[in-house]
Design a binder for this molecule. Structure first.
Ligand SMILES: C[S@@+](CC[C@H](N)C(=O)[O-])C[C@H]1O[C@@H](n2cnc3c(N)ncnc32)[C@H](O)[C@@H]1O
Length: 529
């Protein structure tokens, strides 16, 4: 892993720090002239610099925390050139250990984003204690920025402000649900700045600016969209106030009350995925590159009797709605890895060419991987049966659900679908492709930097399906449309008519409204303006 990722250090570009400071200073314009400011992970001090540049008549008392002493020294050196209105205390320590001597008017920064598994035991314990002290569930602690946010809240004055750059997933993932509710209860004004393009290209990290004011002029949650072009802030557009209940994802800000009520009333008419089928995660190999081979390697190493076809990702599918023998042949012809090594006996029972391959795995330390170590035999990938259909959890323009005629296995990029009694898999797949289910995928799922949509198993299971029983002929017709790479909008025209209008008696206007909302959400996710 990239060391930047482990240190959580992707420095804020100058233009963005300037923009943030101007927004904050504007908000604090009527405050006292002396401001106590904390930067909990200063890096080389871009925020301090911008604050000094835009200080106006204010005097600052800074507390500047940074774990890397060399970085902190850079801030110290810059500050030397500053004027005497301001004063700074430097703290070369882990912010989680920082003992503040005062409370703050403003806490500002771009905290590190470091996942729990890369933190020390001590950091995890301190973070979990911060959660418990704030009466939040310590199990929800997943990333260091969460502890930074809560600890900052605890260090704030009664009318203080926090302004942080945070990962955009803050708005939508389940583990931040509790923090979102906590913030609603503890801050009068919440502003969320969203970007129309990626700020941290290298890590494909979509970020937001979260601005929290304990005492606010305008109460509630407000969304603002920041347009950036060539690394410059172009404009800020007010997207309006949040219009949904506390425990919803905050990423659904584009929907207003009427749209919410409309969607809710339609949603009630349909089955949910988990009423029609069981959906479970696919096979976890722990090392796809080692356990999933292409056909030429299988041939060269004579492993033919020890492999089973598997699909690794949705991009390995052809365009139709069925994975079949033709699809497998195409993967073999193109030498795309699609053969899972299936070994479930002691090593001495295998011929030399098999053990030779396993030795290669040992040389690559595959056997030391956490999941391999937990197995009885490190090379025995836990097997699961082939599914009737596969839903791929990540997608681009729209999610992909296919019938599995080839009885191929699938990795954990896909959910394995086994139909419940009385429901047929082709009808299920057919019924999935309608504008309402795709709209609900946008609402229920989450998305990341590159615009990829992801549905967790629970999000998928809750999707509505206007299930209709169809004939093979109808299925083949839809399959044909997909095979011919018909644009999805055209496909939906066709299926919406059959499913939503003719069977479920929605009127044309309702379907039009569903499509409009879906397009709005999809464009926002893909950052298409
Ligand atoms: C994302 S960078 C941001 C730096 C700066 N705020 C900016 O926006 O340019 C995060 C910084 O946090 C520092 N850091 C990481 N873990 C820390 C911790 N536990 N306490 C204090 N600083 C930490 C890293 O050294 C890095 O300089």
């Amino acid at each position: 892993m990239n060391s930047n990722k482990i240190n959580g250090s992707y420095y804020t570009p100058n233009y963005l720090a300037e923009f943030i400071i101007k927004e904050v200073i504007d908000i604090n314009a009527e405050k006292d002239k002396e401001l106590k400011v904390l930067e909990p992970s200063s890096g080389d001090g871009i925020f301090i610099n911008s604050l000094l540049k835009n200080a106006g008549n204010s005097n600052y008392i800074f507390d500047i925390v940074e774990r890397e002493p060399d970085e902190l020294n850079k801030v110290r050196n810059q500050f030397k050139g500053g004027d005497s209105h301001h004063f700074a205390y430097y703290h070369p320590i882990d912010f989680l250990k920082f003992q503040a001597e005062r409370s703050f008017d403003l806490i500002i920064g771009n905290p590190p984003y470091i996942g729990r598994k890369h933190l020390s035991k001590e950091q995890i314990e301190s973070s979990q204690k911060i959660f418990s002290d704030n009466l939040l569930d310590p199990n929800n602690f997943k990333n260091i920025w969460m502890a930074f946010l809560l600890k900052s809240y605890n260090l704030l004055n009664v009318d203080g402000t926090i302004c942080f750059i945070l990962p955009a997933e803050f708005l939508q993932v389940n583990y931040t649900n509790e923090i979102r509710n906590f913030l609603i209860q503890n801050f009068e004004e919440i502003r969320i700045y969203l970007f129309n393009e990626l700020i941290f290209h290298d890590i494909e990290q979509d970020v937001i600016i979260l601005h929290l004011a304990k005492k606010g002029k305008a109460q509630g949650i407000k969304y603002l969209e920041v347009s950036t072009l060539n690394d410059r802030v172009i404009s800020v557009k007010n997207m309006g106030k949040i219009s949904h209940v506390n425990n919803d994802k905050w990423s659904n800000y584009l929907l207003d009350h009427q749209e919410y009520d409309f969607i809710k009333s339609i949603n009630e008419n349909f089955y949910k995925v988990n009423e029609l089928c069981n959906a479970t995660a696919g096979i976890v190999t722990a090392a796809n590159d080692f356990f999933i081979l292409n056909s030429s390697s299988v041939r060269n190493m004579q492993l033919d009797n020890y492999v089973h076809p598997i699909i690794k990702k949705s991009s390995n599918l052809s365009s139709g709605l069925v994975v079949n023998e033709d699809n497998l042949k195409m993967l073999n012809d193109e030498d795309i890895p699609n053969q899972l090594l299936v070994l479930n006996e002691d090593i001495q029972n295998y011929p030399e060419f098999v053990t030779k391959y396993l030795d290669q795995g040992i040389t690559q330390n595959i056997h030391e991987r956490y999941k391999c170590r937990k197995r009885n035999r490190w090379y025995e990938v836990p097997m699961l049966s082939a599914a009737e259909a596969i839903f791929f959890k990540r997608s681009g323009k729209f999610p992909k659900l296919v019938v599995n005629d080839a009885k191929i296995l699938n990795t954990d990029t896909g959910y394995r679908i086994l139909m419940k009694d009385g429901y047929d898999v082709k009808s299920f797949v057919y019924s999935f492709y309608n504008s309402f289910t795709l709209l609900m995928s946008e609402i229920c799922g989450r998305f990341y930097g590159g615009g990829v949509l992801e549905l967790t198993p629970n999000e998928f299971k809750r999707l509505p399906i206007p299930y209709i029983q169809i004939s093979s002929y109808q299925f083949d017709k839809l399959d044909e449309l997909f095979k011919n790479q018909t644009p999805i909008e055209e496909i939906l025209e066709y299926t919406d008519k059959k499913i939503l209008i003719e069977t479920f008696k929605l009127d044309e206007k309702e379907v039009e409204r569903i499509r409009k909302i879906k397009t709005k959400l999809m464009k926002r996710r893909l950052k298409l303006n």
